[in-house]
Design a protein around this ligand. Structure first.
Ligand code: SF4
Length: 341
């Protein structure tokens, strides 16, 4: 049987597949996908064992029909994805996600090159730090044409990281190495051309999450926030998503830190680590929706291009990352959810 592996084949997010017309459907509230998220694919899957991920080796469903971050990632020929992406003006960026597999680095370079030769889209790479040990890997990506790097640290503390991604699950990833790789990426790509992914709700306090965001900021990396969603079949399928109030407070703190409106040491937390004081007047910030929109790599127009519609919630519930500017009714709801007096 033919194996449909990378680099000739690539997985797209379901949202990307719909946007490219490879599947039929539309988004709740007519959200428009702006960033094309792609994922390398190998029959053997990812060699990581992260407890919350649908790609993990420990996933109960076995290696076939794997999913990644909640929804299906269908597989298409790279050729076809590039051809369709070229015709879609609404797409402002492409992101190639590596997975932890020995071929992933070489295949990523190949896919970057194909996109740069055949489209005018800017390219991000969501790297697998465990595969990267020297600046030369980043220099090669830059030379092929990538301009931004994402690093999925995901867990906000060394203890959680180790328990969910490292030794606790017999996985290969190490907290200190991930942050060393953030420094390396900033060295090659420049300050704020690097972003870290952090997932809210893996068991950290709000204070610990804000500390991780500030650490990224100090190193020259923006934070791209995700809200934990229990993946069916993953070992954390019964772990609840974070309360919406917690997510809103972290979104606002992230905005304040990444927009350099104020640092963490001006913020206040209660004895349980809940954010109770943002250190700045938040009223004007609540009149605008940006703090609650998806945070991600920017596109040609300088605005966030990776808007991942409904990437970590169900359309029927509250929107966690708004893929469009929130409307006045949304802003009213957000103010209630924030639960700040
Ligand atoms: S924010 Fe989006 S485009 Fe940027 S690295 Fe993360 S997934 Fe990729």
């Amino acid at each position: 049987m033919e194996t449909r592996g990378s680099p000739q084949y690539i997985q797209t997010s379901l949202a990307a597949s719909l946007t490219l017309g490879l599947q039929q459907g539309s988004f709740h509230r007519n959200a428009k996908l702006k960033g094309l998220n792609l994922l390398l694919h190998y029959e053997e899957g990812c060699l990581g064992r992260c407890h919350f991920c649908g790609l993990s080796m420990t996933r109960q469903e076995g290696p076939r029909g794997k999913t990644f971050i909640r929804v299906d990632w269908p597989i298409y020929p790279l050729e076809e994805v590039i051809g369709r992406a070229r015709e879609k003006d609404q797409i402002h960026r492409v992101c190639i996600s590596m997975i932890t597999h020995p071929k992933a680095l070489d295949d990523t370079l190949f896919v970057i090159q194909r996109f740069k030769q055949e489209t005018d889209l800017p390219v991000s790479v969501l790297i697998s730090p465990t595969l990267i040990h020297e600046e030369g890997s980043f220099k090669a990506m830059k030379k092929k044409g990538a301009d931004r790097i994402g690093i999925a640290i995901d867990a906000a503390t060394p203890e959680l990281f180790d328990r969910l991604r490292g030794k606790g699950v017999g996985g290969p990833h190490r907290w200190d190495h991930y942050w060393d790789v953030v420094r390396m990426a900033v060295e090659v790509f420049g300050r704020f051309y690097v972003g870290i992914h952090l997932i809210v709700g893996l068991g950290e306090t709000e204070k610990e999450m804000v500390e991780a965001i500030q650490k990224g900021q100090d190193l020259g990396a923006y934070t791209h926030l995700f809200s934990f969603f229990p993946e069916n079949g993953s070992p954390m399928e019964n772990h609840a998503p974070p309360p919406i109030g917690q997510y809103r407070r972290i979104q606002l703190a992230r905005w304040i830190i990444n927009e350099t409106l104020g640092p963490m040491d001006q913020m206040g937390f209660d004895e349980k680590g809940k954010l109770v004081d943002f250190g700045v007047d938040i009223k004007p910030l609540l009149q605008r929706g940006e703090p609650f929109m998806t945070s991600g790599c920017r596109g040609r127009d300088g605005k966030v291009a990776c808007n991942r519609p409904y990437g970590n919630e169900r359309p029927s519930g509250s929107i966690r990352n708004y893929p469009f500017t929130p409307e006045p009714a949304d802003l009213e709801e957000i103010k209630d959810q924030l639960d700040i007096r």
